[in-house]
Design a protein around this ligand. Structure first.
Ligand code: F6P
Length: 539
């Protein structure tokens, strides 16, 4: 069964939201809080170790009611069912979308083309487990008989960002292995990594769903050549493993078939860290932690699938985002984790969110005349407070923000933790209330400076408070955003699981590359011709 394909702007709830928006667009959240002492409780979801307060949004109970009606009218419930049951919801590529199956219990039965995929998933998980144990315990050795000390993940996009973000986020749980990531085709990237490596003790994990990606194959070949300066071709089997759906190409690259970790076309690249793409995660933090990450994501899957929409965290967050994107005209959203460990989280989300929902054709094949995909950006607090917060507080743009914090710190330094969390709480309070002219006057500010010190406030935030950063809670958090992406795609009536928009640039790059060797001459616009000429003259 295909996904529903309802233009959201034609629904009754959308029309109600448009009218309602006109009525409440200038209301200050401060007044909503003053009127209703219970507001925070009304707009908070407590689930497991998550406390999600969305009361600091420019909504009333009426807004929320219409947004929930919108979710019903676009048949979100049916769409969720279609996704989880393995229907071909990635219609433009003719594929199911089943990253949820990768973290499902072994007892589940999830069918693709009539075939239960769970046994295969568990076969690969067991292979990951056994391999991880051998490498971490030092039983698996390099070509000179030494145990491995370093792991290099060679991949890009979904084959890099997820593992890189998780390994960085879970560094508290890391073992003795040092993990490196090589992604960019910029040779300076791979060479900087190579500089740090000893070929005798390094394991290379080549990750590419398609095994055709220029960046990954170039980097893998460069590394292979460097490795072969030290070792022989027979040693490749000990040092190179691959994760891919394209088994033949992996074999042609020279990787031992026993060292291939398969994945499936029903796993999208940007949702693939739960598959063997997460091998470098498992190697870095051990299989049990990797499994906890998956278990956390599965808990979020169950919540998403079964919870009423009014208290369903991914649904609520998606609806808030729709409200600002489509009614207030907000263009971007910030994600601000108050944890240095989540340094790469926003970068990771950029692919998930923008590659999925950066679309302008609807599920009927028509051009869209409403806004879709949000721009996503962010950096950890408190660093970001000293960087771009000025613009969020006093700029002209409306930037809804997710504040993510953990009630417990991992190293247990309470002094730092209290300072961190006081900032975390203070920022959303400041964004809500702002600072009035009379407050500024009361501080004795000089007359001509007063306007510059006023804060309008009324800036929306969601506060996502989690007990502790652990593999399990990180799994929940990532899955939460994955489902938010899905809900928004359903409401916007777009296909969230293809990415044709990345192809054109790739095609043109390979044509231009041929011109560098002088074999071919292509027609270009005047600007590109000049730039090409400039490069040739100055390279
Ligand atoms: O950038 C496009 C893209 O196809 C992403 O969706 C994907 O994650 C990335 O390239 C890498 O692809 P592969 O894993 O096939 O090398």
């Amino acid at each position: 069964m295909a996904l529903p394909n309802i233009n959201p702007t034609t629904t009754n709830s959308w029309k109600k939201l448009e009218e309602h928006f006109e009525a409440i667009k200038n209301i200050h959240m401060k007044d909503l809080f003053a009127k209703d002492k219970n507001r925070a409780n009304t707009f908070t979801v407590k689930w497991d170790d998550f406390y999600v307060d969305f009361s600091k949004n420019r909504i009333t109970e009426e807004t929320f009611k219409y947004l929930l009606e919108l979710a019903d009218e676009v048949k979100l419930k049916e769409a969720i069912e279609s996704q989880f049951s393995g229907e071909i919801i990635n219609q433009t590529e003719g594929r199911a979308v089943l990253h949820s199956a990768l973290r499902a219990p072994e007892s589940y039965n999830v069918k693709v083309d009539g075939e239960n995929v769970i046994p295969e998933v568990y076969q690969v998980k067991r292979k990951i487990e056994a391999f991880t144990k051998e490498v971490v315990n030092g039983d698996r050795k390099g070509y000179t008989g030494k145990p491995f000390t370093d792991v290099v993940n060679i991949g890009i996009g979904g084959s890099d960002l997820g593992p890189a973000m998780v390994v960085d986020s879970l560094q508290y749980y890391k073992n003795h292995l040092t993990t490196h990531f090589v992604s960019n085709v910029d040779g300076d990237h791979v060479n900087e990594v190579i500089k740090k490596l000893n070929p005798e003790t390094t394991l290379f994990v080549v990750v590419s769903k398609t095994f055709t990606t220029q960046e990954t194959l170039s980097n893998a070949n460069t590394i292979k050549s460097w490795f072969l300066k030290h070792a022989s071709a027979n040693d490749i089997a000990k040092h190179f493993v691959a994760v891919s759906t394209n088994i033949d190409s992996v074999k042609n690259f020279g990787i031992d078939p026993n060292n291939i970790f398969p994945m499936w076309d029903w796993v999208g690249g940007r949702f693939s860290l739960w598959s063997a793409v997460g091998l470098s995660i498992s190697l870095a933090v051990g299989y049990n932690n990797y499994d906890s990450l998956l278990k956390g994501a599965h808990k979020m899957d169950k919540h998403f699938k079964s919870e009423d929409f009014g208290s369903n965290i991914p649904v609520v967050l998606a609806l808030m985002s729709i409200w600002y994107n489509n009614f207030f005209g907000a263009e971007s959203e910030a994600v601000i984790p108050y944890s240095q460990y989540l340094n790469q989280f926003a970068t990771y989300l950029q692919q998930g969110i923008m590659e999925s929902n950066g679309k302008s054709i609807d599920r009927n094949g028509n051009s869209i005349d409403y806004e879709t995909g949000t721009l996503i950006w962010g950096e950890p607090g408190t660093n970001s407070q000293h960087a771009f917060f000025q613009l969020i507080h006093q700029g002209t743009k409306l930037i809804p923000a997710d504040f993510i914090g953990f009630t417990k710190s991992l190293h247990g330094n309470q002094d730092h933790q209290d300072k961190l969390i006081s900032n975390f709480l203070a920022q959303t309070e400041a964004l809500l209330n702002g600072k009035t002219k009379s407050d500024v006057v009361a501080e004795g500010t000089k007359e001509d400076i007063i306007p510059f010190k006023v804060f309008q406030g009324n800036k929306p935030t969601n506060t996502i408070f989690i007990n502790k950063l652990s593999p399990e809670s990180l799994g929940k958090l990532i899955a939460m955003y994955e489902h938010k992406i899905f809900v928004q795609g359903i409401i916007w009536n777009i296909f969230s699981y293809d990415q044709f928009g990345v192809e054109l640039g790739k095609q043109l790059a390979s044509k231009i590359l041929q011109e560098f060797s002088g074999e071919v001459k292509n027609e270009h616009d005047n600007s590109t011709s000049n730039l090409l000429k400039y490069y040739k003259e100055n390279a």
